[in-house]
Design a protein around this ligand. Structure first.
Ligand code: BG6
Length: 299
């Protein structure tokens, strides 16, 4: 669909418009009385969210992100689905599933009763996706932009057999200085340390970051907080449909090897991801739906 057609069908006067973004990719630009946000239809991912009273964007996007078909956009909140991390069956399929580099369909846009903006994007299985992953699904991603940002991944099993998924709302958050932040709410949680041969460990106190961190936390609280003294703010995450969470920062050496991350940008973000990952595998019966949601507030 062209930008003109999208605006005609789904634009909302003075609140939501479709524009051509970097690399010619279609972007949804939202500005309402409470916040502004941009959502990339490619990848089905929110790229920015800034409540009216926030000095800085809540989400981080790499200055070197690719805006190119076939590649994931590094930043905002990519959607990892129907698996999180490496191919669970070792068949050489891409890491984090196959939704990050697709053009999604716009299912609907609306203004809610309290003036928030709701956007729904979706994808269903095709001959091509069944070659990669032999299951039937309707996957939709919903974004509710208001004082807070709410992101939901809703998976419906439209087939006749049950199947299992793992997934992540792979949120990149802007921080003032990675060395100074704390992630709260994980004290006592067990985690798999991906940078220490998948050793199982237990979190003691707040998470601080002074090197590469890549952890899958099991059975976490539904409320996590990023305490960021450099930007004098807290980012609060409230999750539903999830028992696990991932904390990731590549640190200097890995960042330097990434073509889509500037060498020093690792200092400026942390990923605290709302997931079904590790042992938090979700089985979905035929006709059933699983919803993974995170509400993000910056205070
Ligand atoms: O570079 P990608 O594919 O976006 O993945 C980034 C990171 O995503 C994290 O969620 C994983 O735990 C890391 O292991 C991974 O490196």
């Amino acid at each position: 669909m062209t930008i003109e057609q999208l605006n005609a069908d789904y634009g909302i006067a003075n609140q939501l418009q479709f524009i051509e973004g970097k690399g010619g990719l279609p972007i949804i630009a939202i500005a309402n009385s409470k916040a502004k946000a941009t959502i990339s239809i490619y990848g089905g991912q929110v790229l920015s969210f800034q409540p009216s009273n926030a000095a800085e964007d809540v989400l981080f996007v790499s200055e070197k992100a690719y805006y190119q078909e076939g590649k994931a956009i590094k930043g905002g909140a990519p959607v990892c689905w129907p698996w999180f991390g490496p191919d669970p069956e070792g068949l050489g399929r891409p890491s984090h599933g196959f939704m990050r580099n697709r053009l999604w369909s716009v299912l609907g846009t609306e203004t809610t009763a309290n003036g928030d903006t709701l956007v729904k994007l979706g994808l269903t299985d095709t001959v091509e996706t069944r070659e990669i992953w032999p299951h039937n699904y309707e996957l939709s991603i919903e974004f509710l932009v208001g004082e807070t940002l709410v992101i939901s991944s809703i998976t419906k099993n439209t087939g006749s057999e049950p199947y299992s998924i793992t997934q992540a709302l792979h949120t990149y958050f802007t921080v003032g200085n990675i060395n100074a932040i704390q992630v709260l709410g994980l004290d006592g949680a067990n985690y798999i340390d991906k940078v220490d041969e998948m050793t199982e460990k237990q979190q003691d106190g707040a998470v601080t970051i002074a090197g590469e961190v890549d952890r899958i936390y099991a059975t976490v609280s539904d409320k996590l907080t990023i305490n960021d003294p450099s930007l004098s703010r807290q980012i609060q995450l409230t999750a539903t449909g999830s028992k696990s969470a991932v904390v990731w920062n590549p640190w200097a050496e890995k960042a330097a090897k990434m073509g889509d991350l500037d060498d020093l940008e690792y200092l400026k973000f942390v990923c605290v991801e709302t997931t079904n990952a590790g042992d938090d595998i979700v089985e979905i019966a035929p006709g059933s739906t699983h919803q993974l949601t995170v509400k993000i507030a910056a205070i």
